[in-house]
Write a protein that binds this ligand. Sequence first.
Ligand SMILES: [Mn+2]
Length: 322
Amino acid sequence: MYGGGSGGAANANSLFGGGGFMPSQSNTIPESSGGSLSNSKGNESAPSSRAGGDDAGRRHRAEPPDARPRSLRMDWAACDLPLHGEDARFGHAEAGFVGVADGVGGCRDDAVDANAFSRELMASALAYVEQAAKSSKLRRRLRPEDVLERAYEKAFINGTPGASTAVIMSLDGATLRWAYIGDSGFAVLRDGKIVHRSMQQQHYFTCPYQLSSDGDGDSLSKAKVGDMPVEDGDVVVLGTDGLFDNMGDEKLEHAVSMGTELGLSPKNMADTAARIAYNVSMDEWADSPFSRECSKEHGELVCGGKKDDMTVIVACIVSKDS
Ligand SMILES: [Mn+2]
């Protein structure tokens, strides 16, 4: 467990509540077909069950009886601002999958490459999604929690050292799905307002829930899984804690509203959000989500942002015709 503290042991039988490791199809990494993978070193709330979904997911789950399947796609792009080089991400436009992961920084103390585990998680997730994307039947059934499980399984079996938080999301018809663990998260915006967001899962301040290869991390059964219907024009922002610890809801809503009004591309919106968060992170007098949590923790007013890697994915939900 990095960041301190202790948690439940990760083991094969505890993956998403007892399913265990399934026969892996992810040992073969197919040729890239529209997918994208990056890590920042290179270049550029409450546990739920697998079947459960979270509260917001349930609230939004019921669709009008006359709703016909809508043809939507994700138009996505990313911005990476590396500091320690511990973040990684992937995306596959055709399959409608995106994800980010954050190697937990405590690994630095152990002279472990803190990026190795997050990088492998995202690489394995992309490989599995690419494989599934070749079959429309398989693609329809693919869920973010399955991809996270397969990716974790592969990193675990390979003994890749380290620990990581992660979030994986998919667009399936007009349904947005997610699975996440720790403080890598997302927000869904409609008409410039956040209509749903993930909750940071942590054991205590600065110690997020995390998957690890050494049996000292958290079980995947602690991952939050959910879904909600989305519409043409919705904007999904995924990020590691470097984004959300520096960028409060108001700033995020402002950035996305501005991007939508100006017709900015997902890439420009991701760059804009990352730049705003970066400026906060470098401002020792800033009022940030991180400084507010610090203030609560220490019982006195603390100012400033949090210097960290930042990985931002902006996925605009658009009609397939556009
Ligand atoms: Mn981070």
